[in-house]
Design a protein around this ligand. Sequence first.
Ligand code: GDP
Length: 596
Amino acid sequence: MKIRSPIVSVLGHVDHGKTTLLDYIRGSTVADREAGGITQHIGATEIPIDTINEICGEFISKLAIKDTIPGLFFVDTPGHAAFTSLRKRGGALADLAILIVDINEGFKPQTYEAINILKMYKTPFIVVANKIDRLFGWETHEGASFMESYNKQAPRIKSDLDLKIYELMGKLHEEGFQSERFDHVTDFASQISIVPICAKSGEGVIELIALLLGLAQQYLTQQLEISEDAPAKGTVLEVKEEVGLGITVDSIIYDGVIRDGDEIALMDANNVVTTKIRSILRPLPLEEMRDSKNKFKKVDEVVAAAGIKIAAPNLDDVVSGSPLRVLSDQEDVEAELLKELEDITVDTDDEGILVKADTLGSLEAVVHLLKEMDLPIRSAEIGDISKRDVINASIAMDENEEYGVIIAFNVKVHPKAEDDLKNSGVKLFAGDVIYQITEDYEAWIEERKEAQKKQWLDAIIKPAKIMILPKLIFRQSKPAICGIEVEAGTIKTGYSLMDANGDYVGVVASMEDKGETLQAMPRGQRVAMAINDAVAGKDFEEGDSLYVDIPEKHFKVLEREFKDKLTEDEFLALDEIVEIKRKRDSDWGKLGLFEY
Ligand code: GDP
């Protein structure tokens, strides 16, 4: 058994300093050649323990860390897209994460997203409060430890920084985490450490590296145990074409050993792909790369943890985030990989929305978050949005309009599918922040519900009351025409009228005011009204009040859904109408047990 280096990812909102921090770590350790510098991998940088001891020795001795861990293995591509792509079965590939927050900006959308993802994978992390040099009046001390630099600052600046750290602690608390500035942490298992740093000057980076090491040493050694001669397990970082090599896969090996000539199994979007390794490549050391046409050197074997490029036939359709296994017992591995894909994609509902994502890992994360929101998913696949996806979403839309939706993470619409998408009415929610996409989707659902409610409300016959004005009966019948005043609500053509006893009077045929025909007339207005079926003097008299005859069904919907939408006068008219109706039928409009 061997202990491998823990794999570390850097996450955080755009521009908060992920790349700068990784560059600083690489740059400062490269410069420290005597201590062994760094090991360059494909897609990753490893800092050996000797180098770490050299640059953070004093701080490490304070933490009383025993060095059983060979180093720290930093994934070079920062961000949560890379983090989720780099997955292994049942979790994230990264053993540890750094969540970087610009101390002056605080939490931003992608910060929350990163926290959600870290929670989901239960990945231990350290929060880095970056850009402390931007605090007004901060005096920079290149490469110093945080404590050293902090102690040299003016009291006002110290309290400024303390305040910002408090704010971060508050935000983390809202997300369910206890946290402290790293030097106040009493229990690393239950509290998140916050390390203030400046990624540009390197202040605080010493403590950050020492803490990563300490955390790994204390809590991760079991998960870092590997067997040096077991068939390797890894994850595909990227599928790339290289001049002279053809299609290659960059991958990170996290367990076992991989050798030139090994048979390996990987995944395309739907199936297992097996192939035989033609060559295993690592980057040339930086100084040799300058004089060489090649960027890579061939190696016979590597042991985890390692970032390598693999050249082999048959890699064209392999997807990023695919698992990689050295084959020992072919059938077992194939079944295992297929099951893994199935766990992510096939556990879907009969009806629901469509999900597309760029890698197996991001697909897994999106599906997980959507399921947490109780959203039914009809299908979940890797790849850009195709014509077929649009057709499938249209079919889903025919069944239920809310499911005519494609949720797309980090993928594009295929040019051939663009027109179809526009014409289909299928809604696309796309982006590279998962929770922004889901928020937009939820807002859309809410908007639709409101619009639908309004449509219903508009279609419902609402209460109104009119009075036949004295001396203004213009015509007796066929239709009866008379002057009226609207006493409550809004009267509309087509409404049925009844008198105060609930007897049918007639139907509003038309309304006219100063030669203009009107469809609806609100309270307080006077108009000439033609009433079909009615005979003036028989069905109604001058001065009578007439009411809208609301169908029982409409009344029930009003009662259940829209009571709060009625105006006060509509409400009063409704009371009178119900009283009239119930004089004849005492159960009229009462909601049954199942109608609430
Ligand atoms: P990323 O998008 O998270 O990878 O952020 P970058 O590393 O690209 O940084 C974004 C910008 O912030 C760049 O202009 C950096 O130079 C700047 N930056 C990063 N870290 C610091 C820092 O500690 N102090 C200051 N003043 N600027 C920083």
